[in-house]
Every structure is written in structure tokens, then in C-alpha cells.
Design a binder for this molecule. Sequence first.
Ligand SMILES: [Zn+2]
Length: 75
Amino acid sequence: MKALICDVCGHVIQQPQPGVTYFHFAHRDLCEPCQDQLQLILKPITRSRQPFNYEWYNQLVQDSIETAIEKGKFN
Ligand SMILES: [Zn+2]
């Protein structure tokens, strides 16, 4: 499989393996460090949200990624 480019930081992912070296969310491809950052951002937000709502969560993921793409990073 050809190399992928992380949509957030522009890092080239060699030999991309879904769920291992890259992560696909909201039609975007994220490298592992960016996926880690995303989870760090989402964790406290999703914890405070009861009951959990999948639609809300998907929107949150999408918004977080789009904001990060504009900035070129997650923080
Ligand atoms: Zn990245």
C-alpha cells in the first residue's frame, strides 16, 4: 500500500495500517501521534457528557479534526 499523508500535521505515514499506524475519522486520515492528541482532547469532554450520544460524539470528533487541520496541529 502506498504512503499516506496525515491530514493534520502533514506527516508521511509509510506502509499505512488502519488502526495501527494511521486512523480514519470523519473522512480524514490521522497519524498515530495526532490520533493520541485527539483522544487526549476528547477524553475530558466525553467524560462530562452523560448520557453518551453517538451523533454528538461524531460531530465533536469532526469539529476537533477540522479545527486541528486549520491550525496544523491539535494544541
Ligand atoms: Zn499527524
